[in-house]
Ligand binder design. Structure first.
Ligand SMILES: NC(=O)c1ccc[n+]([C@@H]2O[C@H](COP(=O)([O-])OP(=O)(O)OC[C@H]3O[C@@H](n4cnc5c(N)ncnc54)[C@H](O)[C@@H]3O)[C@@H](O)[C@H]2O)c1
Length: 250
């Protein structure tokens, strides 16, 4: 992948950037001339993904974004290695399929940390720098499950709904600072996350009932994120955009 980022081009921070939707966002923004801080819990995966780009454009950081101290440590590292950022894409989230009453308390806490608290910690660590500079774009990756619910993914859905309400609140709190905050809510998207949870038969079933006869690609979702983080989207904030191909339920 070849981008065209010069040293003074804007810096985008993408969490969960090592695979799936996050990696598609890294590719899109790099092609548009951004430099990228690729943040992922799997350091080896992050390094490997970053190697596909020129070293001056994309740098990898190992970080568990559900752990507040880790997020703050990573923000400091990015500041030192790549300087200040103007784009933030909090993209991490995950859930197994399990009915609510079967979840242990530890599992519930972990799912809240991963799907809700990660977005809060990331915002707490990265927003002040953008406010300071008077410009910034945040695009959270929620899910259609956070709009309409999803059986077997109750805590995930609650966390993703929380991200939507949080983003709208941040959009209003930051409205006068030059920072926008929006949300992309993907429907079923063909990534490792999806393939780990659904077997071939379930993927085929979802495709068969989909209005477009296919599910989203990571690039479909990245394109919508690209719109929200663009410089000229400065009057668009507090919005939620589903990328679901017209499928009104996930
Ligand atoms: N795939 C779908 O069908 C779908 C649908 C709706 C929403 N989403 C959301 O899109 C986002 C991306 O999902 P995906 O399908 O691309 O997932 P994915 O599993 O393909 O990729 C996720 C990446 O995030 C990294 N990661 C996981 N936990 C992390 C942590 N604690 N800290 C830092 N990095 C971490 C993983 O190592 C991986 O590289 C998630 O928020 C997910 O909830 C996905």
């Amino acid at each position: 992948v070849t981008g065209s980022a010069g040293l003074d081009s804007p810096l985008a921070v993408v969490t969960g950037g090592g695979a799936g939707i996050g990696l598609a966002v890294v590719e899109l923004l790099s092609a548009k001339g951004y430099r990228v801080a690729l943040v992922d819990i799997d350091q080896a995966r992050a390094e490997q993904a970053a190697q596909r780009f020129s070293a001056s454009e994309v740098k990898a950081y190992g970080c568990d974004v559900s752990v507040r101290e880790d997020v703050f440590r990573t923000a400091q590292q990015i500041l030192q290695r790549q300087g200040s950022w103007s784009v933030l894409v909090p993209n991490v989230g995950w859930s197994p399929h399990k009915d609510f009453l079967e979840l242990t308390n530890d599992e519930i806490a972990r799912l809240v940390d991963l799907n809700l608290m990660s977005a809060l910690w990331t915002t707490q660590a990265f927003l002040p720098e953008m406010i300071e500079r008077g410009r910034g774009r945040i695009c959270y990756v929620s899910s259609d499950a956070g709009r309409v619910g999803s059986p077997g993914q109750s805590v995930y859905s609650a966390g993703k709904a929380g991200v939507i309400a949080f983003a709208k609140s941040i959009a209003m709190e930051a409205a006068k600072t030059g920072v926008t905050a929006n949300v992309v809510a993907p429907g079923t998207t063909d990534t490792a996350f999806l393939r780990a949870e659904y077997d071939e038969q379930e993927v085929a079933r979802r495709i068969s009932v989909h209005p477009m006869g296919r599910i989203a690609t990571a690039n479909d979702v990245a394109a919508a994120i690209g719109f929200f983080v663009a410089d000229d989207s400065s009057f668009v904030t507090g919005q939620v955009l589903s990328v679901n191909g017209g499928s009104l339920r996930p």
